[in-house]
Design a protein around this ligand. Sequence first.
Ligand SMILES: CCCCCCCCCCCCCCCC(=O)SCCNC(=O)CCNC(=O)[C@H](O)C(C)(C)COP(=O)(O)OP(=O)(O)OC[C@H]1O[C@@H](n2cnc3c(N)ncnc32)[C@H](O)[C@@H]1OP(=O)(O)O
Length: 167
Amino acid sequence: MKYKVKRKQQVSKGCFICGTENHESLKTKFYELENNELMSISTPTPTHQSYPDRMHGGIISAILDEVIGRSIMILEPGAWGVTVELNIKYKKPVPLSKQVKATARITRNTRLIFEGTGEILLEDGTVAATAYAKYVKMPIEKLIQDTGGDMSLMIDDETPSPEEVEY
Ligand SMILES: CCCCCCCCCCCCCCCC(=O)SCCNC(=O)CCNC(=O)[C@H](O)C(C)(C)COP(=O)(O)OP(=O)(O)OC[C@H]1O[C@@H](n2cnc3c(N)ncnc32)[C@H](O)[C@@H]1OP(=O)(O)O
């Protein structure tokens, strides 16, 4: 099905997944969709390899962690959390030579925690990995207190976004 992109999420400067100023980052972009799911698009490089032309399982897990963790912002803008549980099932190899898409949604949201599920999708729509994750909510002020509360570490994504996505 096709879904309209409602909003591009901000990215950060230093994060391993979305950091624009982190040379090893996947430079992942995040798109909030009309069905209240989040889609991420990542651009892997040889840095992210396990076996030749196969994305490392730890990197796959990091993408899923972030795309699920960011899905809370669709339901509750301004909410943040830290991962306390993450379960991944690897079903197909993920090639390094192509962009990698992931989708996620929140399945439970309480005052203290949230949970969600996500998938890595290959170009033909095949599900290459699935994930369940749980997060403990934490105010952003606490998460960035060691930087002196520098919110300029989060920046707008200036790259063009698709108007709609299909999966
Ligand atoms: C401005 C720049 C920003 C840039 C940003 C860019 C990136 C944007 C990313 C956004 C998306 C994020 C995606 C990746 C997010 C990570 O990768 S976070 C990194 C990995 N995770 C961590 O570092 C968490 C490490 N764990 C901890 O820090 C501590 O265990 C916690 C979670 C703070 C809990 O601390 P604690 O001392 O155990 O506290 P405790 O009092 O026992 O528990 C507090 C509450 O937490 C709950 N809790 C704790 N553990 C659990 C559990 N496993 N299950 C259920 N509830 C639990 C309990 O309900 C408890 O509540 P009460 O029972 O007291 O009512």
